[in-house]
Design a protein around this ligand. Structure first.
Ligand SMILES: Cc1cc2nc3c(=O)[nH]c(=O)nc-3n(C[C@H](O)[C@H](O)[C@H](O)COP(=O)(O)O)c2cc1C
Length: 168
């Protein structure tokens, strides 16, 4: 467990949130959860310090808002999965759309979920190659055990899409 997920756990106990067989409950009422996946194009001059700053903000703010997920970066494109309650997620998407560090944000998948796919990751950063096969292999290795096949296959397929070169 990372420091930020340990903090998220402590925050959740204060907010009355409990997790039982994957499903989340707040004071005995099931919490509504959504999962949103988007891709975007990084600002041309984005550097390692920018990436580190994005990751630090994501981990800190997501732990506060009970948002979890995965951020994949291949040097030119982002692929991010964010999961949490609808209202903080919508707020985050608004922030993301205004963020000048990337552009062309396109939501690729948006669905209600019963349980989180990445409950221990307030935001895990996975840096991959711009080459399709290497990118796919890196992501495969980093995805958590026990991830449902549908989610695993979607993440791998979309990673291949952002890292694939087009033959003309
Ligand atoms: C690719 C990318 C991913 C980001 N992921 C998150 C995230 O998961 N959570 C988050 O709070 N901010 C994330 N940010 C930063 C937000 O865009 C924004 O800066 C942050 O929510 C603070 O917004 P505010 O300064 O308008 O309050 C990300 C930014 C980029 C460029």
């Amino acid at each position: 467990m990372t420091g930020s997920s340990a903090r998220a756990g402590a925050d959740n106990r204060l907010r009355g949130i409990a997790v039982c067989s994957g499903r989340e409950w707040r004071y005995g009422v099931a919490v509504n959860l959504r999962s949103i996946t988007y891709t975007s194009l990084a600002r041309l001059d984005l550097d390692a310090a920018d990436l580190q700053a994005i990751h630090a903000t994501a981990q800190r703010e997501n732990a506060r808002r009970n948002i979890t997920g995965l951020l994949i970066f291949n040097g030119t494109h982002f692929l991010q999965i964010i999961e949490g309650e609808p209202e903080p997620l919508a707020q985050l998407v608004e922030n993301l759309r205004r963020d000048p560090r990337h552009r062309g944000l396109e939501v690729r998948h948006d669905t209600p979920i019963d349980e989180r796919s990445f409950p221990d990751w307030s935001m895990e950063l996975v840096q991959v190659s711009a080459a399709r096969r290497e990118a796919r292999d890196t992501v495969r290795k980093r995805l958590p055990d026990g991830l449902p096949d549908g989610v695993r296959n979607r993440v791998i397929r979309m990673t291949e899409q952002i890292s694939g070169t087009v033959a003309l």
